[in-house]
Structures are given as structure tokens and as C-alpha cells.
Design a binder for this molecule. Structure first.
Ligand SMILES: C[C@@]1(CC(=O)O)C2=NC(=C\c3[nH]c(c(CCC(=O)O)c3CC(=O)O)Cc3[nH]c(c(CC(=O)O)c3CCC(=O)O)/C=C3\N/C(=C\2)[C@@H](CCC(=O)O)[C@]3(C)CC(=O)O)/[C@H]1CCC(=O)O
Ligand SMILES: NC(=O)c1ccc[n+]([C@@H]2O[C@H](COP(=O)([O-])OP(=O)(O)OC[C@H]3O[C@@H](n4cnc5c(N)ncnc54)[C@H](O)[C@@H]3O)[C@@H](O)[C@H]2O)c1
Length: 290
């Protein structure tokens, strides 16, 4: 018997990737509303942008990006042809001209440059999705072209479920992994396996809040105590204390409300000449509550 999943994927999906565009050049054709969204996504990926769109059709946000990002090279004109594709690694078109959209797509395919044509699925080598970015966390919701609005609505739901400090926790895990690689360098082999196992145990055994509370000193301590002995200790005391003080607002409100209630009822009873002691009043409040 094997514990592998032997079932073949049913297909009909697309490949989900986190495409590394740092330092690459992306051509964006069009300067409207959709283009401004594309610019934002590409800037988040540290790429350079060549933007081709007549000035009079620019969206306010697109103009803002042109004026404020040194990564954007702007040409105030319409798409010219082959020559605009020289040195380009990816093309995104967002124009209100279906004929030109299709022509640009055909040229890109000829030059084997990956292309997305907003809203024309057959002309897309890849689709955009609805995106959530929170620090290094990136979530893309794709319905594989079935319902883009639904992707947008699901995004809102997912955003509401994300733990508050998830971005900080992920950043800290990244820093800790960097420190561990410095302490135990080497690619692959036994050392690689040992590092992966240890990091996985840290991520599994520590709460996100505890990971988010790590600072430089506690990371060094964790590496010193844990890595050297190949064990993963509990979070240091000051991080656990932080956790205690991170009591959720709702819990805090319930606890404070409970004691204020007891104090008030004591005062009222006292005022009415019912001189029960404090503990008798707690009993009366509890009886009234349950
Ligand atoms: C996610 C998002 C990302 C982005 O573009 O940044 C995105 N569309 C968004 C919004 C949106 N698009 C449309 C509406 C109107 C409501 C509706 O029609 O449903 C709304 C809603 C709105 O505007 O609120 C119209 C529309 N879109 C496409 C077609 C053509 C067709 O389906 O045939 C038509 C019909 C045109 C017509 O009828 O003429 C096609 C595509 N749109 C995609 C992505 C790709 C598949 C995504 C997936 O896998 O789910 C794909 C295939 C190609 C691509 O463009 O990459 C972004 C939400 C971002 C956010 O806010 O979070
Ligand atoms: N995927 C999505 O989320 C989504 C949502 C809405 C619309 N769309 C589609 O995306 C496309 C663009 O939408 P928009 O709202 O940004 O449109 P828009 O009309 O606001 O902008 C179009 C832009 O393209 C420029 N343009 C037109 N022809 C050009 C050419 N040959 N060369 C260079 N620039 C050219 C215009 O000057 C303008 O800046 C439309 O086809 C629209 O149907 C997609």
C-alpha cells in the first residue's frame, strides 16, 4: 500500500505560479482604469514598465503612476507594431479596441512573448486574478475565467478571515530562515533536510501571534537553544507574556463588563440598604445571568 494520491488531476484548470518579474520589462498597452490596475500589480513585482497610451485617454491613477514611478517609461501614442516588442518579457493590453487587441496578441505569439489581453480569454496566455497582498503574503483568487466578479467577492470574504498579524509572522519566518541559513550554510543534502525539518517544526509548534512577536534577540535565542540541540523550545517567556497581553478586544470587553456589573450591583444593593458582602453579590449576579 502507498499513501500517495494516485488519482490523476481532472484537468480544466490553469497553472498557479508566483511569477518572478524583478528587473524584467513589461509592456502595458492602454492607460485606462484596467491599465492602472495592471501597473499596480507589475510595480508590486519590481519589474520595469513600458507604457504606451495616448495622453488624452489616461486614467487619473495611471497618470499618477507615470508621474511618480521611475520604473515607468511612458510613450504618449498608440501601439506601433513589432518594434514595440523589442526587449519585452511580457505584454499586458488593456485597450478598448478589440481589433488591435487581437493583432497585438498575434504579434506576441509570433515573438513568443507571454501576453494577457484584458477580457479576451482566447488571447490570454495567462489570466489575472483577484489579489490580496498583506506584506509578503500573496493570495490570488481565480475562477479560471468562470466568474471574475465572484473572484472579487470571495476576495473580500477571505480578507476578513486573515489573522491580523499574519504579515509580520511571515516576515519573521523569512528573517529566521535567513539567519538559520547563515548559521548552517549549504544547499540540499543532509543539512538542507535538517534545516527544513527544524523550520517546519517551528512553524507548526508556534502560534502565528508568537511568530509575529519574534524580534532579533529572541530569534538568536531560539537558534542558539533550539537549532544547536535540534529541538524546538516553547516561545520565550516575554513572547508568551506578549501573547497574554494580546487578549482579544472581545474577551477583554467581556471580562471588564463582568466586573463593572458586579461593582454596580454591589453599589445598587448597598444603596437599597441590602448590605450583602461582595461575594454574595457575585453569586446574585451569576444567578441572574445563568
Ligand atoms: C479578477 C479580475 C482581475 C483583473 O482583471 O485585475 C478579472 N476580472 C475582474 C473583474 C471583472 N471583469 C469583468 C467584470 C464584470 C462582471 C462579469 O462579467 O462577470 C468584472 C467585475 C468588476 O469589474 O467588478 C468582465 C469580464 N472579464 C473577463 C471577461 C471576458 C469573458 O469572460 O469572456 C469579461 C466579460 C466582458 C463582457 O461581458 O463583455 C475576463 C477575464 N477577467 C479576468 C480577471 C480573467 C479571469 C479571472 C478569473 O479567473 O476569475 C479574464 C478571463 C481575463 C483577464 O482579463 O485577465 C478582476 C477583479 C479584480 C478585483 O477587483 O478583485
Ligand atoms: N479584466 C477586467 O477586470 C476588466 C474590467 C473592465 C473592463 N475590461 C476591459 O479592458 C479593456 C480596457 O478597459 P478600460 O476600462 O481600462 O478602458 P478605457 O476606455 O478606460 O481605456 C482604454 C485605454 O486604451 C487606450 N488605447 C486605445 N487604443 C489604443 C492603442 N491602439 N494603443 C495604445 N493605447 C490605446 C486609450 O487611450 C485608453 O487609455 C476593455 O476592453 C474592457 O472591456 C476589463
Amino acid at each position: 500500500m502507498t499513501d500517495f494520491d494516485l488519482e490523476l488531476p481532472t484537468g480544466g484548470g490553469s497553472l498557479l505560479l508566483a511569477w518572478q518579474l524583478k528587473g524584467k520589462r513589461v509592456l502595458i498597452v492602454g492607460g485606462g482604469d484596467v491599465s492602472s490596475g495592471r501597473i499596480k500589480s507589475v510595480l508590486a513585482a519590481d519589474a520595469f514598465i513600458t507604457l504606451i497610451a495616448p495622453r488624452d485617454g489616461l486614467h487619473r491613477l495611471t497618470r499618477h503612476y507615470i508621474d511618480n514611478s521611475a520604473r515607468i517609461t511612458y510613450h504618449d501614442r498608440t501601439f506601433a507594431g513589432d518594434e514595440d516588442l523589442v526587449g519585452i518579457d511580457m505584454v499586458l493590453t488593456a485597450i478598448d479596441d478589440v481589433e488591435w487587441s487581437r493583432r497585438i496578441c498575434a504579434l506576441c505569439r509570433e515573438h513568443r512573448i507571454p501576453v494577457n489581453v484584458a477580457d479576451i480569454p482566447p488571447s490570454c496566455d495567462f489570466y489575472f486574478g483577484s489579489q490580496i497582498r498583506k506584506g509578503p503574503l500573496q493570495i490570488m483568487i481565480s475562477t479560471n475565467g468562470n466568474g471574475p466578479k465572484l473572484a472579487n467577492l470571495l476576495k473580500t470574504r477571505i480578507e476578513q478571515c486573515l489573522p491580523e498579524k499574519v504579515d509580520r509572522a511571515i516576515e519573521n519566518v523569512g528573517i529566521l530562515r535567513g539567519k538559520l541559513r547563515q548559521r548552517a550554510p549549504g544547499v540540499g543534502g543532509e543539512i538542507g533536510k535538517r534545516r527544513m525539518q527544524w523550520m517546519s517544526t517551528v512553524c507548526t509548534n508556534w502560534e502565528l501571534d508568537e511568530l509575529a512577536a519574534l524580534d532579533d534577540e529572541s530569534m538568536e535565542e531560539l537558534l542558539l537553544v533550539g537549532w544547536e540541540r535540534l529541538s524546538v523550545p516553547k516561545p520565550p517567556r516575554r513572547i508568551q507574556l506578549n501573547k497574554a497581553s494580546n487578549m482579544s478586544d472581545a474577551t477583554l470587553a467581556t471580562v471588564v463588563g463582568f466586573f463593572v456589573g458586579i461593582a454596580l450591583s454591589t453599589a445598587v444593593l448597598w444603596n437599597q440598604g441590602i448590605y450583602g458582602n461582595f461575594f454574595t453579590n457575585i453569586f446574585m449576579v451569576l444567578r441572574a445571568l445563568f
